[in-house]
Ligand binder design. Structure first.
Ligand SMILES: [Zn+2]
Length: 391
């Protein structure tokens, strides 16, 4: 079957044109990819979101009964709201060897390269199959890939290795931090501020919690460091706070959010237990003495596992083989790699473009990054055809 052939840049222009900001549907993009793959004789499996507005796509090129190499990427992009762009963010625009557009680096550039490589993968007699795994809602906490991962080993073939094509400038990333985000809702009791003892001041309670969070932050900073990361320790930041009603009212409520960027060695569950224990022992008894309805509600809003490929990872060995590099890197941003790894598929992160351009106004990718990624995928095709052991 002879389907259409496009360059990576041409496909990137098509992909960028779909406004797949995370809060919008990605289905038009998914339908485009499904149709393109169908023209090459490749069937797609869609894993829809609960409301049906979005879907992940999974497809296999080559033998279907054997686990292969998954090329994984997210289809969604971050918003352009409030950013000042020199050209339309959803129209790929070339200036000085750079391709500008929302998602060009993060990470439609990789998706475009993968799609551009499909005809080459298709013409080969692959002994190791190549899977495409395109997700949604990555930018809002790696949400969309989870239902897809849940289908691996059931409805979908579990990949032998996963290459996550987040922008690493085509260097090999084998570890990243994992963000954990908490919401804390403090409920006190309102009172006239002249009659303070009748109320429970939710902001004062938040202050006590802030003190404990600052102590945890210090402890994380002084814990054994991992110099591969920048910064070389887990960070804790209170990222939002909102409370109070008026200057003469004891505040009835306060809400705060905090975020930890955990090293693979950090036990986020232990920190969660510690914060809850502090609230239960150091805050709640005094609050309840005044107002029985007082409460502190602590929830983990989102958690993406940190990623550490570990020694002897087949995914890392393959990525080093394909890039010709002999060293790996650790990064502080999160990807879907930790989730794949946790689910039993060794993962590695390598993709075109620079993370420095991701999420920024005038996001761009250098054309030569697309060329380097295409060369990487050609070598992957060579390897998958021969099916030799990596080491
Ligand atoms: Zn990304």
């Amino acid at each position: 079957m002879k389907g259409p052939r496009y360059s990576a840049a041409e496909l990137l222009a098509r992909l960028v044109h779909f406004d797949t900001t995370s809060h919008r549907s990605n289905l038009p993009l998914v339908r485009f990819v499904e149709d393109y793959l169908a023209q090459h004789g490749i069937a797609s499996e869609l894993v829809a979101s609960a409301d049906g507005a979005k879907a992940s796509l999974y497809a296999t090129i080559g033998p279907t009964a054997v686990p292969g190499v998954a090329l994984s990427g997210h289809t969604d992009v971050v918003p352009v709201d409030g950013q000042s762009w020199s050209s339309d963010p959803f129209v790929l625009t070339e200036r000085d060897g750079r391709l500008y557009g929302r998602g060009s680096a993060d990470m439609k550039g990789f998706l475009a390269c993968v799609l551009a490589a499909v005809p080459d993968f298709r013409r080969r007699q692959l002994s190791v199959p190549i899977h495409l795994a395109f997700s949604y809602d990555e930018e809002v906490g790696c949400i969309g890939v989870r239902p897809l991962i849940a289908e691996l080993g059931r409805h979908l073939t579990r990949p032998r290795v996963v290459i996550v094509g987040e922008p690493t400038s085509m260097s090999v990333v084998d570890a990243h931090k994992g963000p954990v985000r908490w919401h804390v809702d403090i409920k006190g009791r309102a009172a006239h501020s002249s009659m303070a003892p009748l109320g429970v001041n939710a902001i004062s309670v938040a202050g006590k919690l802030l003190g404990e969070l600052a102590r945890i932050e210090q402890e994380l900073m002084t814990a054994p460091r991992d110099s591969r990361f920048d910064p070389p320790y887990a960070t804790l930041q209170v990222t939002r706070i909102d409370g109070g009603t008026a200057t003469n009212i004891v505040p009835v409520s306060c809400r705060l959010d905090f975020d930890i960027r955990a090293l693979p060695s950090v036990d986020a569950a232990a920190i969660d237990r510690r914060v809850r224990a502090f609230a239960d022992k150091e805050c709640l008894p005094a609050m309840r003495q005044v107002a029985s309805e007082s409460g502190i509600d602590i929830t983990i809003a989102n958690q993406v596992p940190p990623f550490a490929a570990g020694n002897g990872s087949e995914a890392v060995a393959l990525a080093l083989h394909l890039t010709g590099h002999n060293e790996t890197h650790a990064v502080s941003y999160a990807t879907e790699a930790g989730l794949f790894q946790e689910a039993g598929s060794p993962a590695v992160v390598v993709g075109p473009g620079d993370i420095a351009q991701a999420h920024a106004a005038d996001e761009w990718i250098a054309k030569d990054q697309l060329d380097r990624c295409m060369a990487f995928l050609t070598r992957l095709g060579d390897w998958a055809e021969r099916g030799k052991p990596i080491r």
